[in-house]
Design a protein around this ligand. Structure first.
Ligand code: GTP
Ligand code: MG
Length: 169
């Protein structure tokens, strides 16, 4: 990979409550940090997730957002200056209004983004429900639990962001 002007990328991870945003960041970076609260069913992000990984010489900083609607202000803060976005969806659920709103906003803001259809290890997963969510076809089926396709999807996105940066320089 040729040397880029800037060798750092800020990628923000969005998605509805419980989709698996924090699990995705843990799968990418086992040393990632998470500010979460306990719930009856496990944990929920109340501030942010933060993970780091180096891909092809580029330092990638991953910021995970809370999924609960009431934390919209946190999503606004974390999204400042992002180079790209990842939208995580739960393959076992139906497409939800928050995910649709997020994708419309990213599209209108001209922020490059991919869809990660998570929980594809689950017997109830129906990834085909999300096939048309990114109009450019950037949809990947992953499992944050098993790690399947996690690194491949992120690497493909980072390479695409690197290409976009070279084209725009
Ligand atoms: N089967 C399966 N379960 C998963 C997978 N990824 C996450 N989960 C489960 O889904 C639940 C939510 O995971 P989180 O990573 O906390 O989801 P989140 O999107 O960060 O949730 P919020 O921060 O509350 O919005 C947990 O019980 C996880 O164990 C996966 O790939 N497969
Ligand atoms: Mg979370």
């Amino acid at each position: 990979m040729e040397i880029l002007i800037r060798d750092k990328l800020k990628i923000v991870v969005f998605g509805a409550f419980d989709a698996g945003k924090s699990s995705f960041i843990r799968a990418v970076d086992p040393a990632s940090k998470h500010v979460e609260a306990r719930t009856a069913g496990g944990t929920t992000t109340v501030a942010l997730d933060f993970g780091r990984v180096t891909i092809g010489g580029i330092k990638v900083f991953l910021f995970g957002t809370p999924g609960q609607e009431r934390f919209e202000f946190v999503r606004q803060i974390l999204s400042r200056g992002m180079d790209g976005a990842i939208v995580v969806v739960d393959a076992t659920r139906m497409l939800d209004p928050m995910t649709c709103t997020l994708c419309e906003w990213l599209h209108e803001s001209a922020v490059p983004f991919i869809i990660l259809v998570n929980k594809c290890d689950h017997p109830d997963a129906r990834p085909e429900r999300f096939a048309d969510l990114a109009d450019n076809g950037y949809v990947h089926c992953i499992s944050a639990r098993t790690g399947d396709q996690v690194d491949q999807a992120l690497t493909a996105f980072v390479e695409r962001l690197g290409r976009l940066r070279r084209e725009n320089k």
